[in-house]
Design a protein around this ligand. Structure first.
Ligand SMILES: Nc1nc2c(c(=O)[nH]1)N[C@H]1C(S)=C(S)[C@@H](COP(=O)(O)O)O[C@H]1N2
Ligand SMILES: [Mo]
Length: 428
């Protein structure tokens, strides 16, 4: 799906004609503002020469590597103190409520470490590929740069994203309920290329991947997936990976839970089965009500959330034109449709998907409405190319009970109050 132009035929939104009329009236100096624009009244920001026009700005040598302007100082990763005992083995959250588009800047993309982020230089970097292969190999960073490269945009979502919401609405902000996700454009070498270089023996059926950090975070990946679309990546969003995202090299496992996306990738061992040597290998399971556990739930099911308005982004401008903006993604392919409800799932309207929906990547959607100022129960529900429809939280609980932590892709509800404040709630 692509962008549809915002025009008079779009029933739910403020009409373009209303905007134009508002502009014309304002220019003529009559009437109040119509639509989202305001009528022209004497305003010192228009009529007076401002300080920034009276002095010279910074020279080109002031910021060799630029940071966001200080007014955007709130758009940062945040952690929740009570969630973990320390910040070394912990997680923080992407400020998805404050971002737009689909690409997550590395500097505010969530981090999850089991033993802290490590500083590993390119000269010190080695990747070993061994196990059930014809030729065990070692690659330096420079070696990796000599293999044919690929570029893809993918989301990376921790299986625990939304994990605190199983028992009921808990954390008040899209950043906290859905912010264990980021979306970057990766450059790297196909894992298939490296595996073919080493020659996988016929008995090989899994690849055990380990990181260079103290925890190593060893994870087993089925060989089919390793040969399909996994990337050994060294650039994200055009520049080197940041330390916290695995500099200089990380494994990208498209659509699958983030714990398999090994950072500071150190070793790949081809095995004839999954390795359970480490406690973490069996950690990411979903405990069911009867005490049994779902295992190998690698794919991240389709999910969506309205990022604004949301608890951290209340409506400040009152009734009238309002842009509802959100993200949708699926580990099984492209997002084909997103529906938005203003009344807690009673009625639905189809949102606009912005740009091209890429497979296994964050997809931006918008719905332009004319808010009448009454309370709303905002929800979004996405559909992916397999036809899978994002379920309600209650539907998930019916199957999984309340013991789960991982893989909560249920529909989120935001209660928008008449004063514009927004709260995380559940309806039903
Ligand atoms: N080497 C290593 N890789 C790792 C981890 C780790 O602790 N060490 N954590 C995993 C988990 S659980 C997640 S959610 C993702 C987080 O990636 P990010 O920090 O780039 O967001 O990295 C994964 N890869
Ligand atoms: Mo994770």
């Amino acid at each position: 799906m692509t962008d549809t132009p915002h025009d008079d035929t779009h029933k739910e939104g403020p009409s373009r004609r209303a905007f134009l009329r508002g502009g014309a009236l304002a220019a003529a100096g009559v009437g109040a503002g119509v639509g989202a624009a305001r009528a022209a009244t004497p305003d010192p920001l228009i009529t007076e020469v401002q300080p920034w026009a009276q002095f010279l700005g910074d020279g080109v040598d002031v910021a060799p590597y630029g940071m966001p302007i200080r007014f955007e100082g709130d758009v940062i990763r945040r952690n929740v103190e009570w969630l973990t005992a320390d910040t070394i083995s912990s997680i923080n959250f992407t400020p998805i409520h404050a971002l737009d588009g689909t690409i997550t800047p590395q500097g505010c993309a969530f981090e999850r470490h089991h033993s802290g982020a490590i500083e590993l230089s390119k000269p010190d970097y080695r990747l070993m590929l061994n196990g059930l292969v014809d030729r065990p190999l070692v690659f330096s960073y420079d070696d990796l740069e000599r293999f044919p490269r690929e570029q893809h945009v993918y989301f990376c979502e921790c299986a625990a994203n939304g994990g605190m919401e199983w028992a009921g609405a808990q954390l008040n902000g899209a950043q906290y309920t859905h912010g264990m996700v980021h979306n970057m454009e990766y450059t790297g070498v196909s894992l298939r290329t490296l595996l073919n270089e080493a020659g996988v023996k016929p008995e090989g059926s899994w690849v055990y991947a380990e990181g260079a950090d103290a925890a190593s975070n060893g994870r087993s990946i089925p060989l089919d997936k390793a040969l399909d679309d996994c990337l050994v990546a060294f650039k994200a969003n055009g520049e080197a990976l940041r330390m916290e995202h695995g500099y200089p090299v990380r494994l990208v496992v498209p659509g699958w839970e983030a714990n398999m996306w090994l950072k500071w990738l150190r070793r790949l061992t081809v095995t004839d089965g999954p390795v359970h040597a480490r406690e973490e290998t069996s950690k990411y399971t979903d405990l069911m009500p009867d005490g049994r556990a779902r295992k190998f739930t690698f794919v991240m099911d389709a999910k969506s959330v309205i990022t604004a308005p949301s608890p951290q982004v209340p409506i400040r401008h009152g009734a009238g034109p309002l842009v509802l903006s959100g993200l949708a993604w699926s580990g099984r392919g492209r997002i084909t449709r997103v529906d938005v409800s203003l009344d807690g799932g009673v009625s639905w309207q189809t949102a606009r998907i912005a740009g091209d929906a890429k497979p296994m990547a964050l997809t931006r959607f918008y719905l332009d409405i004319d808010w009448d100022g009454s309370e709303m129960f905002l929800q979004s529900r996405c559909v992916d190319e397999t036809g899978y429809v994002q379920p309600t939280k209650d539907a998930l609980r019916e199957i999984r009970g309340l013991n789960s932590i991982y893989h909560n892709n249920g529909i989120q509800t935001w209660w928008v109050k008449p004063d514009g404040e927004v709260e995380n709630v559940e309806v039903g």
